[in-house]
Structure formats: C-alpha cells, structure tokens
Ligand binder design. Structure first.
Ligand SMILES: [Mg+2]
Length: 387
C-alpha cells in the first residue's frame, strides 16, 4: 500500500463580498488529490482536500515542500500496520520534518489541506464515512445530525438594509435557525441599524450572531460591546486581532453574552494560549478553529486534548469554514456544529446533494470518506484533478 501521487491546483473561489477586513474578489483555494494504489470497487482510492476559505491557495508550499516529503518517504513508514491503512499521524510527521516550531504562517494551511485528503483516503480504504471511523476510533457514539448556522450578511456594493433582510429571510426559508452577519465594515450607527433591521426580520424565528473579523481595537471593541449587549445575540465574534489575548480577556468585563473566536489561530499551541490568556468562558463561549487552515485533523485532535485539559467540552466548538471535513468531525467527535455559507464559496462549501437543513440541522449521509462524492459539482472538479 502506498501513495502514488499528490496533485495540487490553485482555483478561484472568488465572491463579490467584503467583511470588515478583506474582500473576496481575488480569493483562491488549493484543491489536492492524494492518489493511492489501493483499489476499492474496481477503482484506485483517491483522497481529496481543499483549504477551506479565507486564506489563499497554497500551491507553492505544497509543491515545494510537503508533496515531496510524502512522495520521498519510505512508503511503509506512512502505514498503520494494525489497520492495514495509511496512518494520518505518520503522514503528518513526515510532512513536518525539518519545520521549526512556532511562526505557523501559512504552512498550517498547506498541511491542513493535504491532511484532509489523507483522512478522506483513509476512510475510503475502510469503506466508511469519516465520521463513523472517528467515532469508532475514539470510543464515541456517532451522531450524523449536526447543527449548522448560515453565515452571510456581508457588505456588498449597494446593499441596503432591505437587501440584508431579504438575504436573512432566505436562510430562514431554507431551514436555518441561527444566522450571522458582518459588523465593523461600517460606522457603529450604521451597524446598529443593520442589526435592528435583521432582528426585526427574523423575529422569534431565529437567532443572530455578529462577526467583526478581528477589526476592532480595544476601545472600538468596547464601544460595540456596549451597543451589542442591548440585543439578544447568539454570539459576538472575533472582536480584535486574533493573537491579542489581553483584548479578548478585557471584553468579558463589557460583554456578558456569548463570544466566539479562533478561526485565525492555526495550531494547538495558539489555541492553548487563547484558553490560558483570552478569558474565554467554557459555559457560554464558542471556539471556531478550522482544521483545514490549522494543520488538519491530526493537529485538531491535539487541540481537542488541550480543550479537555482546560475543562472545555468539544461541544463548545463550531468551526469556521463551512466544509464537509468539519461536518465529519462534528458528527464523529461531538462538536457543537459547523458554519455554513448557503450562497458562497461554491462548489467547495456546503453539503452533499439532497441534504437539507431542517430546524437548523443537517444529517450526514452514509458516503465513504468525507462525502465529496455526494456533491456532484465538487466531485466533478476533484475528479478532473485526479484524472
Ligand atoms: Mg468569522
């Protein structure tokens, strides 16, 4: 059993949207295929991955460093002999040879993308959905029903409050019970009026979360906290710079409601620093680490160990990114749910065809691997890369 090839292509996932920090008009993602010599149902097993959204494609790092390390390794050094499969932890250690600690930069995105493809292949080799494989290996009960919320409410050119209301109404019509909008890309008065417009639209039918995308300094974060605490929000997300743990900790004095952060922390060490120094409260706050951006599931398992040490349940995790990999982890390891972008980042984000949101939840179908084969537009571009 061996990995025959690792292929990468950088593709656009551009959208004409803007949050408080960046616009997405030139956003790209890396799509990868890990081709094995294992045959299932008469065809070679190929694992697929991509790097979530919000960071750019990682073709340079993948082709120059990580692909070569996998292909140059002794194939037997990458195997899980007991299970007659590839060992994701060994592949991970091979990719990370000769990498210094710290300074995670974007290599965590490159490794996370390849790690996704490795897990997809491993679950396909076992012939089961990844969430069932994870539940089994961790002695848990799988729960294919996963909470998802609709992330949107971006700033578009020319978008007024009625367009924002119509967007949110659309999410409710599609079965979501929590919706999210961006803040911090306009004045505080304008954002207040946007929030009130959305709350008026969704009424008692759903809850609203708001996301500042790390835009605020301490004073602005506090000013918004004082404004936002007038409303029954689901959470107040990523208030300041992702690595400013003192700012995050200070916010607890001004904002008693739930807060969420973590999508731009890319290692278990950074996650640990957030829990050590960020004042996050395990009874109400949410952690949004995205495995695809942060060294993959091998590393995410270390992050979950850190959470446990600090008294946090995996159910406080609702990852960023809206991809099926996090849905698998949620269903297999008991995360609290997953982000979803109903109209964005296609064909990468979203659910397998035919999966519908009902009462804010989706049910994962029984497809071997991560389930990409169940999403026809996505598997089409994946197969083109593997062919
Ligand atoms: Mg966010």
């Amino acid at each position: 059993m061996r990995i025959l090839d690792v292929r990468e292509i950088t593709q656009p996932i551009a959208s004409p949207i803007r949050n408080a920090y960046i616009d997405f008009t030139k956003m790209t993602t890396s799509l990868v295929a890990v081709v094995t010599d294992v045959v299932r149902d008469g065809k070679p097993v190929v694992g697929y991955g991509f790097n979530s959204n919000g960071r750019y494609g990682q073709g340079g790092l993948i082709r120059e460093r990580f692909r070569a390390r996998i292909l140059e390794a002794d194939p037997t050094s990458l195997l899980d002999e007991a299970r007659d499969n590839i060992d994701p932890a060994k592949v991970w250690a091979t990719m990370m040879q000769n990498e210094k600690p710290g300074g995670h930069g974007e290599r965590s995105v490159a490794v996370g993308t390849l790690d996704m493809a490795i897990w997809d292949a491993v679950a396909k080799i076992e012939g089961k959905p990844l969430f069932r494989l994870l539940a089994e290996r961790h002695g848990r009960e799988a729960n294919p029903s996963v909470f998802v919320y609709a992330a949107g409410g971006y700033y578009y050119p020319g978008k007024d409050n009625s367009a924002l209301q119509a967007e949110m109404r659309g999410y409710l019509d599609r079965g979501y019970s929590v919706v999210k909008m961006k803040i911090g890309g306009a004045s505080i008065d304008e954002d207040r009026s946007r929030i009130e417009a959305v709350l008026k639209e969704i009424g008692g039918q759903a809850q609203l979360a708001v996301d500042a995308n790390g835009r605020f300094d301490l004073e602005t974060g506090i000013a918004y906290a004082k404004m936002l605490r007038d409303y029954p929000l689901f959470w107040y997300e990523e208030i300041g710079d992702p690595l400013d743990f003192a700012l995050q900790a200070a916010m607890t004095e001004f904002y008693p409601g739930p807060m969420a952060t973590g999508e731009n922390l890319f290692s278990h060490q950074d996650a640990r620093n957030l829990l050590r120094y960020g004042g996050m409260r395990p009874d109400r706050d949410w952690l949004q680490f995205d495995c695809a951006l942060s060294y993959g599931l091998v590393e995410y398992l270390r992050t979950l160990d850190v959470l446990k040490q600090f008294g946090w349940s995996p159910s406080r995790c609702i990852p960023h990114g809206g991809h099926q990999m996090s849905l698998m982890i949620a269903a297999g390891l008991g995360l609290g749910g997953n982000e979803s972008y109903p109209d964005l980042f296609q064909p990468y984000g979203g659910f397998p065809d035919g999966v519908r949101v009902e009462d804010g939840r989706v049910t994962m179908p029984e497809i071997p691997g991560i389930g990409f084969e169940g999403k026809s537009d996505l598997i089409k571009v994946m197969r083109e890369l593997a062919a």
